[in-house]
Design a protein. Structure first.
Lengths: 253, 160
């Protein structure tokens, strides 16, 4: 029984799955030059591998100075969001075969945040906006975690979509309003505020809404849907922002 | 011996017990970083919300006002060739069309001006550029609204 399976594996191995792919990477090293430049790398790689595998190949076998963030490498830690072929994606969730390997694959840092080196950006403004919406449970009568806080399945369902955020910044750094002056809270912060505003156990919804009512809050959203397209977790980001807007309007009238 | 007891509400005691107590408090979790002095103050006013709502409400009204306006001016009854001094004078003789045009003027101007304000906010990066573009925009808007209003109210069909 095992023989046919082995045969198949051997047959596939004989026909090499490797193809030649060009990685066109945006390089920046402030200690060498103030200008960022494109650098091409030719790789022999299986198209069923991911862009992250390509970057690893470059870093490990070709040029060890290539700098990028990655941690879990499986789409959960949110470290390796980058602009691949002009679109924000996670390098660890993008298969090479899905992004036309016949042409050079461009890899750039995400936009709107200061580039520190190569593909690494300063995430501090992003996390500042995240902290500003108080992304933790706030209750009035007690903060002591003495017992489970119960919630119906429907109440949990209400904010299920926005619990999926991994803080990769793909959404915020795809938003043209954020690109301008970086003062806009950005989709990710609003998504994480939404996660608590619509949580029946949380009691600081009013405060969070007031924070997002800011001049640089939800009203700067122009509904371009870039964030929804960029989200590697498939969160309906624009919808969440609209729900916060609606909550702000309906709580008054 | 059972390690967990159940209470009436089905909630067990916290497993493991707490390491911390009054005499040995848990380490303080730092509050989220305060924004620095350099970040702009939050404006608690709801101007942005009012502006956002106004865009949508005026938009709905403009659909009716503008489409009807275009139909009357350009399509019905001979189309654009019929428009002349007499045609305008005839329509502005009725207070209904005066109010219609006044409403359309104010809503379209405020809607367009606020729309351009957001465009400036979204695209102009330097504070100075913003200031000048907005100054120009507001001047043009006030001028057009005032001039238009003046004409609608002081229009004289017997002028020669
Ligand atoms: C026909 C009916 C109209 C409707 C339903 C409508 C609706 C809207 C809405 C909802 C917005 C807000 C978009 C956003 O916040 O993302 C908007 C923006 C805008 N509108 Fe209108 N509008 C109409 C007519 C007009 C007219 C007559 C003018 C010009 C006087 C105008 C100029 C603008 C401008 C400049 C913007 C800003 C563009 C932007 O934010 O991308 N609109 N409109």
């Amino acid at each position: 029984m095992a023989t046919p399976v082995l045969d198949k594996v051997e047959a596939e191995a004989a026909a090499s799955p490797y193809i030649t792919v060009t990685f066109r990477v945006r390089r920046f090293n402030p200690e060498v030059s103030g200008e960022a430049t494109w650098e091409d790398f030719q790789l022999e790689i299986d198209p069923k591998e991911r862009v992250l595998d390509g970057l690893h190949k470059i870093k490990w076998d070709v040029d060890g100075t290539l700098t990028f963030r990655r941690s879990c490498a499986h789409g959960i830690c949110g470290s390796d969001a980058m602009r691949i072929n002009g679109k924000n994606r996670l390098a660890c969730k993008t298969l090479i075969k899905d992004i036309n390997p016949e042409k050079p694959i461009t890899v750039e840092p995400i936009k709107g945040l200061t580039v520190l080196k190569d593909l690494v950006v300063d995430m501090e403004p992003f996390f500042q906006a995240y902290r500003d919406v108080m992304p933790f449970l706030i209750t009035k009568e007690t903060n002591e975690p003495t017992r489970e806080r119960l919630q119906s399945a429907e109440d949990r369902e209400r904010f299920d979509d926005t619990t999926k955020c991994i803080l990769c910044a793909a959404c915020t750094s795809s938003c043209p309003v954020f690109w301008n002056d970086g003062q806009y809270f950005g989709p990710a912060a609003i998504v994480n505020a939404h996660r608590f505003i619509f949580d029946s156990r949380d009691e600081a919804g009013e405060q969070r809404l007031e924070i997002l009512n800011d001049r640089d809050g939800v009203w700067r959203c122009r509904t371009t849907f870039n964030c929804t397209d960029a989200c590697p977790r498939g969160i309906e980001v624009t919808k969440a922002i609209q729900e916060v807007k609606r909550a702000l309007i309906t709580r008054r009238f | 011996m059972a390690t967990t007891e159940t209470t009436a509400s089905g909630i067990g005691p916290v497993e493991g017990g707490s390491v911390y107590n009054v005499d040995n408090p848990a380490p303080l979790i730092e509050a989220p970083r305060k924004r620095t002095k350099k970040t702009p103050r939050t404006t608690r006013g709801n101007f942005e919300m009012a502006a956002w709502l106004f865009m949508r409400l005026s938009g709905v009204l403009l659909v009716v006002l503008v489409i009807t306006h275009l139909l009357i001016q350009l399509v019905l009854d001979g189309g654009v060739s019929k428009i002349g001094f007499a045609f305008v004078a005839g329509r502005w003789a009725s207070p209904f069309w005066q109010v219609w045009d006044l409403l359309m003027l104010w809503l379209a101007m405020l809607h367009g001006a606020n729309g351009l304000r957001t465009v400036i906010n979204d695209y102009a990066e330097r504070a100075n550029t913003r200031l000048w573009l907005k100054g120009l925009l507001y001047t043009a808007t006030v001028f057009t609204i005032l001039l238009g209003t003046l004409v609608i109210f002081t229009f004289d069909p017997n002028i020669r």
